[in-house]
Structures are given as structure tokens and as C-alpha cells.
Design a binder for this molecule. Structure first.
Ligand SMILES: NC(=O)c1ccc[n+]([C@@H]2O[C@H](COP(=O)([O-])OP(=O)(O)OC[C@H]3O[C@@H](n4cnc5c(N)ncnc54)[C@H](OP(=O)(O)O)[C@@H]3O)[C@@H](O)[C@H]2O)c1
Length: 316
């Protein structure tokens, strides 16, 4: 099968032929029709998590997929050969199999039926980013009428988070560049703060002098690089990176936080897919590329300028 893989530690990803894996207990072999890209793909390609999780090479990139069940391992009886599914390669050792390939061997716990109303390309954009957005939103327990700042709203996770917050009756303050204002407003943002025009904290403080109730930060690696000053005392912070990792640093400014670790298990993704199929959650696929151009998509993600989701279409 053709697969985008890192042949050995430290090498650049390349497209080459690899053997099709066989379905083993607790797995589902999926013929991949589309694979959504995530920032995590670049981190794994660069070996950034190799100290935490053993990597086995050649390492196939990609975590999200939508496709057709080709084979089912023992114990994976909730799907059958020929079913159209959405799946995710959970972060479990060893890191070796991926979805940027003609076939992906996925853990059964992270494979769910694709609603008929979603095409493969749209479905492949859901698992990790939408699950992370849901986990971040759930963590701050927003109440209708509250105001929440989302930093990094323009990307994959942020585009879902803005919508999930707006659906809960929250006033969403989203960071984004000026040319992305209309898209973010359409997704549900009340105010768009151009983070390239000046410090986010200053702009938010000017627009919301009483501060915001909570912060979802998808950009900062440490609390001191997140705009904590604009969150009211007693407020909550959720981060997919390190902005909420230091409990003491947050407590010192009267806040509590959650470091989000998304687990796109099938129950979570099924619910999000139903919302997408019903039209209550927009899956904002902004770029579709063939497998031969997947590295271009990864480069866009690495540049930090991705909008919504990038999806790679595979096969016919
Ligand atoms: N812990 C977890 O479970 C988990 C799960 C998913 C993702 N993540 C991490 O969460 C982060 C976001 O994920 P993603 O998939 O949304 O990534 P993404 O698609 O690359 O989006 C990040 C977005 O942030 C915006 N941005 C860049 N620099 C910024 C800045 N200084 N201030 C404000 N916005 C800025 C950019 O949008 P514009 O320039 O277009 O506005 C960019 O598109 C990534 O680092 C990813 O690794 C973690």
C-alpha cells in the first residue's frame, strides 16, 4: 500500500510502498478514503514524543481517517466488512501505524460508523480536533451568557470550539487574523481579536473591561505566555498545550485550569459526527489535497497558518 511514512528516526517523511497490515484482536483494518491532518502528525514525524512513547519505523503518519472496513479483528464486532466508518489512531505504544495510507489498522475503540449524511472527506476532519474542542469546552463548564476567549480559534480545534461554545449560549471572543474575521463570525464568534495587530490581552481588556469568564488557549505552551490577566478571578482555563499545566501559576492569579488530552474514542466521535450530519456542527474543511501533496498540508500546519481543517483524499 502507498503510505506517507518516516523511514527511520530523523528522516523526512516520504511516500512509499509498505505491506498492508493484518487485522488483529481489537483492531479494524480500514481502506482509507480520506485522512484529516493534525499538528500532532508533525510532532510525531519529528520524533518529538519518542521519549514518551516508543516509535517503530517505518512510521506511518496520520491519526484521523474515514473509509470502508476491509477486515475486522476478534472482539471488534460493532462494525462489519463493508461498513463506512470514521476512525482515529489513538496514541498508544508503539507509534507505528497511521492513516495517511491506503489502509489503516485502527483500534476498535476508536472506530465508529460514519453517518450517511457525511462524506468521507468531511468525516475525516472530525476525530482529534473536534474531540479536543469538546474536551476543552467541557472543561471550562460554560454557562449561557458567559464570555469566553478562544486563543488560536482559526485552526482545526478552534474552529470547532467556537461553534460548541456559541451553541451553549456563550459570547465567544476569538483570536484570528483580519482576513479570517468573516469565517470566524459565521462559526459563532461575537468578536474577533486580530492577534497580529497587538497584544491579545490589551485588545480583549479594551473590548471587555470586566474581563472574560474563561479562556481556551490553543497556542501558549506556558501559563505566562497566555492572556490570563483578562480572565476574571475564579475563572477557568483549558489548554491543549501547556497554558493550564502549572496549577500553582494559575492559582496565583485566582484561576483554575485543565490540560486537555483528547481521546477520540468512538462514543465521542459518534456524537460529534451526528451533530455534523445534522448540520449543527460545521466541519470547516478549507483544504483538500491528494496523498502525493500531504507534505504540503503538513508544512502549512507547521507554519501555524492553517485555517479550519486540511484533509488528504486517498484512493478513488
Ligand atoms: N492535547 C490534545 O489532546 C490536543 C489535541 C489537538 C490539538 N492539540 C494541539 O493544540 C494546538 C492547536 O491544534 P489545531 O489542530 O487547532 O492546530 P492548527 O490547526 O495548526 O491551528 C492553530 C491556529 O492557531 C492560530 N495561531 C497561530 N499563532 C497564533 C497566535 N500567536 N495567537 C493566536 N492564534 C495563533 C493560527 O490561526 P490563524 O493564524 O489563521 O488565526 C493557527 O491556524 C496544536 O498545537 C496541537 O498540537 C492538542
Amino acid at each position: 500500500m502507498r503510505a506517507l511514512n518516516v523511514p527511520a528516526a530523523g528522516e523526512q517523511p516520504r511516500l512509499s510502498d509498505l505491506p498492508v497490515p493484518g487485522a488483529v484482536e481489537g483492531t479494524v483494518l480500514v481502506r482509507v478514503k480520506a485522512a484529516g491532518l493534525n499538528a500532532l502528525d508533525n510532532a510525531l514525524a519529528a520524533g518529538m514524543m519518542a521519549e514518551m512513547l516508543p516509535h517503530v519505523y517505518p512510521l506511518v503518519l496520520g491519526r484521523d481517517a474515514a473509509g470502508i472496513v476491509e477486515a475486522v479483528g476478534a472482539g471488534a464486532d460493532h462494525v462489519a466488512v463493508g461498513d463506512e466508518v470514521i476512525g482515529h489512531m489513538l496514541l498508544a505504544p508503539p507509534i507505528q501505524a497511521g492513516t495517511l495510507a491506503e489502509y489503516a489498522l485502527l483500534p476498535a475503540a476508536a472506530v465508529t460508523h460514519k453517518p450517511a449524511g457525511l462524506d468521507f472527506t468531511t468525516a475525516a476532519a472530525l476525530p482529534l480536533a473536534a474531540a479536543a474542542a469538546k474536551a476543552a469546552v467541557d472543561a471550562i463548564e460554560p454557562e449561557p451568557g458567559q464570555t469566553v476567549l478562544v486563543v488560536g480559534a482559526g485552526g482545526g480545534v478552534g474552529s470547532y470550539a467556537v461553534q460548541l461554545l456559541a451553541a451553549r449560549g456563550v459570547t465567544v471572543v476569538a483570536t484570528g487574523t483580519a482576513d479570517d474575521t468573516d469565517r470566524l463570525t459565521t462559526l459563532g464568534a461575537t468578536t474577533v481579536i486580530d492577534y497580529t495587530a497587538g497584544p491579545v490581552a490589551e485588545q480583549v481588556a479594551a473590548a471587555y473591561p470586566d474581563g472574560v469568564d474563561a479562556l481556551i488557549d490553543l497556542v501558549a505552551y506556558t501559563p505566562d505566555s497566555a492572556p490570563l490577566d483578562v480572565v476574571r478571578k475564579g475563572g477557568k482555563v483549558a489548554s491543549t498545550l501547556g497554558a493550564a499545566a502549572d496549577e500553582q501559576a494559575l492559582a496565583a492569579v485566582g484561576l483554575t485550569g485543565t490540560s486537555v488530552m483528547a481521546a477520540p474514542l468512538r462514543e465521542v466521535v459518534a456524537q460529534l459526527a451526528d451533530q455534523a450530519a445534522a448540520g449543527t456542527l460545521k466541519v470547516d474543511v478549507t483544504t483538500v489535497l491528494p496523498l502525493e501533496k500531504a507534505t504540503d498540508g503538513l508544512a502549512t500546519l507547521a507554519s501555524g497558518t492553517a485555517r479550519g481543517k486540511i484533509v488528504i483524499e486517498i484512493g478513488d
